[in-house]
Ligand binder design. Structure first.
Ligand SMILES: [Zn+2]
Length: 346
């Protein structure tokens, strides 16, 4: 099957006529889909223009997936969070120190309601084609660097809500160390908010497509990040998700890592009858030789990936996370998008 979906993320949306010019540039770069990164501030302040921007993308021929970008610092993303500004509770808590963290606890009813309302409102008010769950994660741990652990011994969340729910379920106090029960609890609770919201979205509009994009990590017998979505079987088997996606991989990692992640992404998606998606790093850093992008796209295609996506429009041009040659990187991704789409009819 040829790749027919080539997505680019887009943030900073404000004015419809400016978005229109950017959308035309995306079409010139072979994009079929825009991942619209809607921040909590956009939602709060620019709401009247969001449906118009979605309509504009449609009129020009782009599909639109909404990404509640960095929401509550629960999803990936650099944006600031109004939820955290307006709530001094409902935060994740470090298991080892008991400190509150600058991340919303997505197992609290408060954040679950906030997230559902954010997404359902956008689903009602816009004609978006779907939603994109962008690197959902617990704040901690970030990584286990060695097979014996160590670097990432602290974890979250051990807030009052999580602790109560744990003890109600297991019948004993939530431990401070990450036991098997804690791991299972974290997986189950982490999936709940996304499944609940996805179910509500599909009840509202059965045609809405849900992509769940998790961190591209080993999750092997020895090394895992324990960020809550590292049990790929649990995520990919969810009946509420249509696309199983794994995030960008830094260009300086070896090809074997790209290959391993991509193989597992395809296998997992196929196993549960989902579309598979792989991301390209299109901001911040670029490969020394841009031809590496062509090679990785070939690799993804050869291994059977259904969808390509890149972060972000214009290589992050003008931001602190711009690639050194942001526009050159964007052009090379565009060349690749046009190249794979040309094979559609083969
Ligand atoms: Zn919690």
């Amino acid at each position: 099957m040829a790749i027919t979906h080539t997505a680019i993320s887009y943030y900073g949306l404000n004015y419809v006529e400016h978005a229109a010019a950017d959308f035309r540039e995306m079409l010139d770069h072979g994009c079929t889909t825009v991942v619209l990164a809607v921040t909590e501030f956009d939602f709060d302040f620019w709401r009247p223009n969001i449906p118009k921007i979605v309509d504009c993308a449609h009129e020009l021929g782009l599909r639109v997936l909404i990404d509640p970008w960095g929401i509550g610092k629960y999803f990936g993303g650099e944006q600031v969070s109004k939820y955290l500004q307006n709530n001094i509770e409902n935060r994740q808590v470090s298991a080892l120190t008991g400190e509150k963290l600058p991340h919303a606890c997505f197992n609290t009813n408060s954040f679950r309601d906030y997230f559902r309302n954010f997404c359902l409102t956008l689903a009602r008010e816009t004609a978006a084609d779907g939603f994109f769950w962008d690197e959902p994660h617990y704040a901690l741990p970030k990584s286990y660097a060695s097979i014996t652990g160590g670097a990432g011994d602290d974890w979250s969340c051990r807030c009052p809500v999580c602790m109560k729910r744990f003890s109600d379920y297991y019948g004993y106090d939530m431990p401070r160390v990450m036991t098997d029960d804690v791991i299972q609890f974290r997986w189950r609770e982490a999936l709940w908010i996304l499944e609940d919201c996805s179910r509500h979205l599909k009840e509202l509009n059965a045609g809405l497509e849900i992509t769940c994009c998790v961190h591209a990590t080993h999750n092997s017998y020895y090394v895992t990040e324990h960020r809550g979505y590292d049990n790929w079987d649990m995520v990919a088997s969810s009946p509420y998700f249509d696309v199983f996606s794994t995030t960008i991989i830094a260009w300086d990692l070896p090809e074997a890592f790209f290959e391993q992640i991509t193989r597992r992404t395809v296998e997992m998606a196929k196993k549960y009858g989902k579309q598979s998606e792989r991301w390209l790093m299109g901001y911040y850093k670029q490969p020394q030789d841009l031809a590496r992008i062509d090679q990785m796209v070939d690799l993804y295609e050869r291994l059977g990936i259904d969808r390509l996506a890149a972060w972000t429009y214009r290589g992050g041009y003008g931001t602190v996370l711009a690639a050194p040659d942001a526009l050159g990187l964007w052009d090379r991704i565009g060349d690749n998008y046009r190249r794979v789409l040309r094979k559609k009819g083969d």
